[in-house]
Design a protein around this ligand. Sequence first.
Ligand code: KG4
Length: 331
Amino acid sequence: MKKDILTLGIESSCDETSVSIVKNGREVLCNIIDTQIPIHEKYGGVVPEIASRNHIEAISRVMKKALEEAKVKISDIDAITPTYGPGLVGALLVGLSYAKAFAFANHIPLVGVNHIQGHIAANYLTYKELEPPFLCIMMSGGNTQIIQVKSYIEFEVLGKTRDDAIGEAFDKVARVIGLGYPGGPKVDKLAQEGQANIELPKTHFEEETLDFSFSGIKTAVINLNHKIPNINHADLCASFQKIVTETLMENVEKAVQKTGIQTITLAGGVSCNSYIRKEFLEFEKKGNKVYMPDLKLCTDNAAMIASAGYYNYISGKRDSLDLNAIPNLKL
Ligand code: KG4
């Protein structure tokens, strides 16, 4: 009988310290997430140095809890699979250094994981039948990309943001209108009470491209908020969300036409957005198949990293103990 493969994922690229053990890339045995959101909330965003310190404080506790909850012996783990980029360098180094020490001390192979590959893999945990090829719309606080997922370990970026990431735009708009951090969920909630009746500009590129730009929309919202002090914030959020989603969907349609691939997956924190999810359900009615990961797997967590780590491991990828954190790692 084929032996089960257990991967232990470690995620610390931003403000979540997380450890997870996943069986055969698809079954989550534990997914412990220690979030620092309440710590960074008072600063209106993630403070990198504070994030690193809190990862150091949390990592051993989170690891212990994960091993207890999964009820597996360390000797049963086949690979230690930490995120090594992209992300905040100090934050990444905590999880990666811990992973290297753990792998070395317990004689377990080390297999690094690209954080974006992890977000894509969140779909494999929610949908057991899903296999590449498909398109992935990656929407997070640091990235916005349309990715052609050719296999479990081969990717081509078809389009990306040329300025702000989509989540960054949500967070900045939220901050300016006084909603606090993290802004995305707060904009989403307030938008449900408003009407998308405020005109905002859409950015168009001269050339044929699948790239995005969100900074013009964000700046327009910020300027309107300054110029009209009593502007209805719920309407502003609803209008912002609508124009951002339209910008997104136009390129998704183009990507489907260009590649002929009609299987679409979502990934990253912004894929929790209720309006974006609704629009993708509409998109499905046009003959496309859309996969949306469980909400708790969309934002940063180590289960998605352990799943991606499994596919790296079975494809033969191994890293040595000099693996370094790469803050701007590309897919
Ligand atoms: O994927 P993630 O947890 O971290 C990164 O890897 O960046 O994404 C965090 C981003 C933040 O910008 C947050 O505001 C946004 O996801 N977000 C949302 C929603 N939930 C989280 N944005 C819009 N609507 C939401 N419901």
